[in-house]
Design a protein around this ligand. Sequence first.
Ligand code: NDP
Length: 286
Amino acid sequence: MLGLGAMGSALATALIDAGHAVTVWNRTPAKTAPLVARGAARAGDIDEALRAGQVIVTCLLDHTAVHDVLDDHAGALAGRTLVNVTNTTPEGSAELASWAACHGAEFLDGGIMAVPPQIGTPSAFVIYSGSEQALETARPALEAFGDVRYLGSDPSLAALQDLALLSGMYGMLGGILHAFALVRTGGITAREFAPVLREWLTSMAAWADSAAGRIDDGDHAGDVVSPLAMQAAAYDAFLTVARDRGVNPLLLEPLGQLLRRRTDDGHGHEDITGVIDDLTTTTTTT
Ligand code: NDP
């Protein structure tokens, strides 16, 4: 296990607790201490860490850090299985897969859909893509992290879906922050408002399923219950009330501009799903 930040330490802990033999390495050696106390072996250097076991897990800050750590030690990767759960782009994952193949390693890329305290609990899942052989070799270890979800042999698939899932999450987080800022202007605390906000967002999350059908079918006009023109008008009210009450509407403005533009372009009778056509310049890459 290379990389013992908040996430790497949680992953290493889960491995140890599941009974796996774990060797740990971290750039700042002090972070190995709690894991060694829990039963891990400490590698003296990167080469020793890479040669310690069949499955190597990298959980570092970013793609650059992964190359910073591995490049000078690539000779130790031959015949081993490299699982990279460092957040990266699809292009970065594809590059790392080719790089690992050049050095004789089976490669699997992972996107962790959990925060560190969730690791090893039923609420954690990790999406993987890349070598199926790597998946099967590493699976007993990976099961310690959370539910193992394999997306396919194209190594970039996990990163693409990871970033899409996080994009959805950040849209939601921005909305939550704006909502709290707005109710605060009326003397309502975040704690007071959180239960009803969670109830509302949980109910609205099911919208993803109905939107998916419309988007895949390219049908934005059939059986519309909340037409875009109505939504654009309501949205203008969100922006107005925010400005009137001294809340910066910058988190909401971009979607409002899209709704208004699409309505002005004659799509006011359609569902909001049609906005995707204004966002996308290419629909698929093959
Ligand atoms: P931290 O910032 O806590 O840890 C970063 C780790 O990367 C540390 O071990 C750090 O070493 C190491 N590192 C950074 N740069 C270098 C470098 N140039 N050379 C060697 N080591 C380096 O991050 P997390 O552990 O939280 O995150 C790790 C990965 O997991 C990220 O890609 C993140 O996106 C992903 N992730 C994190 C989640 C979270 O909630 N924390 C959730 C899902 C994914 P040092 O200790 O010496 O600084």
